[in-house]
Design a protein around this ligand. Structure first.
Ligand SMILES: Cc1ncc(COP(=O)(O)O)c(C=O)c1O
Length: 400
């Protein structure tokens, strides 16, 4: 018998109860992914009884989807038996909604099971042992890891002294490349390049490496407050061999729903459509994403909330003697003058989970995601104790 929405709610209790715990439990996807991938991976630490977990390790939106998206998810339970093409709204409706948002045609959009499907397929489609990937270090590692697994060529360019993507060396590495990965803002360093720098970069890469595809990953687009920044979507639509990857996992608060997309000229992104897994997005994700696109206020509110909590966190870390980079995301990358592993493990004992190692800065820097204000206030207290303990054990010689 089909389950009605009301029947579902009766079973799970109130919406708030059903979802608040589930949302918190669902946080940590990127961390899980990294644990599976990283050499020397460790399992999640077991917390002492009664210690509350604060997961600020995966750059997720701590509040989850907006109300319209949650309603859409709940409304889909009776259609959980349907494939996404055979459901209403269907996956093609999401493609249409994204296309309408950017005033493009459906063939300018390819959906992914998260933007990771897009990134992975871009490496499969555009690189080879002879045509290398140009990427940064550190940056989001999906493309790097895929190229390594496939034994395709790889050139990793260390970020500059301000922890921004190092433009000129990336251009210099582009001749002969198949794909150039440009993460703006860059995860984990949180820094951003302005629109003019991105346009100049694209023009120079295109003149030196016209065969290379340039992938501009804007996963954190909605969190940027730097006025020099603009989305590269118009640039991608106007320029052959350039496309942008976007996700509903960050500001939209839907990391567990797994919806991302590529947007660019049809001929550029066609190989991604060819490689994508059949029925790669769920009916829940499709419905929630369509509802979210009708709710721009949710994104504006989330950006404002994140900016306030980010400012608090940056100030608090600075007052503890740490040096955060200029953050334009929902996370900070901060010089703690000690190995990230030590800091991470010490914080975890108090339930505060911060990001993994990010070579080549794993001996000095930690990545801390922005949770709620309440979470960050608690986390800062833990950071203070952990960093103070470092000073004590170093006989007062440490910076803290
Ligand atoms: C820069 C960047 N791109 C892409 C992703 C992948 O996001 P998803 O696959 O959830 O869309 C992440 C996740 O943390 C990210 O940081």
């Amino acid at each position: 018998m089909p389950l009605s929405r009301r029947g579902f709610l009766r079973i799970v209790g109130s919406r708030e109860e059903a979802f608040s715990g589930a949302l918190i439990a669902a946080r940590g996807l990127e961390a899980y992914y990294a644990e599976q991938q990283a050499p020397g991976a460790r399992s999640r630490p077991v917390l002492p009884p009664g210690v509350e977990e604060i997961r600020i390790n995966s750059n997720e939106n701590p509040l989850g989807p907006g109300r319209l998206a949650l309603d859409a998810i709940l409304g889909k339970f009776p259609e959980a038996n349907r494939y996404p093409f055979n459901s209403s709204p269907a996956d093609t409706n999401l493609v249409d909604a994204i296309a309408a948002k950017y005033k493009v045609k459906p063939e300018n959009v390819v959906l992914g099971a998260g933007s990771q499907e897009i990134l992975k397929n871009a490496v499969r489609a555009f690189t080879s042992p002879e045509r290398h990937l140009v990427t940064a270090a550190p940056t989001f590692e999906n493309c790097t890891n895929t190229a390594k697994k496939l034994k395709h060529g790889l050139k990793e360019i260390k970020v500059d002294a301000n922890f921004r993507l190092d433009i000129q060396p990336m251009i210099d590495a582009s001749p002969g490349a198949g794909l150039v990965f440009f993460n703006n803002p860059n995860n984990p360093t949180a820094t951003v390049h302005g629109a003019k720098t991105v346009a100049d970069f694209v023009a120079k890469v295109r003149s030196l490496a016209p065969q290379a595809v340039i992938l501009i990953d804007e996963a954190y687009h909605d969190y940027v407050t730097d006025p020099s920044y603009e989305s590269a979507i118009p640039l991608a639509l106007a320029t052959p061999n350039v496309f942008v990857a976007r996700t509903f996992s960050k500001a939209y608060g839907m990391a567990g729903m797994r919806i991302g997309y590529a947007i660019g000229r049809a001929e550029t992104i066609k190989p991604l459509a060819t490689l994508k897994m059949p029925y790669n997005v769920s009916v829940f994700g499709v419905a929630a994403a369509i509802a979210s696109l009708d709710d721009p206020q949710h994104i504006a509110d989330e950006r404002e909330r994140n900016t306030k909590v980010r400012d608090f966190t940056v100030q608090a870390l600075t007052s503890l003697g740490c040096k955060p980079t200029e953050s334009q995301g929902n996370f900070v990358f901060v010089d703690i003058a000690r190995p990230a592993k030590e800091f991470r493990e010490a914080c975890a004992k108090s339930g505060v989970m911060v990001g993994r190692d990010f070579p080549p800065f794993e001996k000095t820097h930690a990545r801390i995601s922005i949770g709620t204000m309440e979470e960050m206030q608690k986390a800062v207290d833990v950071f203070r104790n952990v960093l103070r303990a470092a000073t004590t054990t170093a006989g007062g010689k440490g910076r803290f």
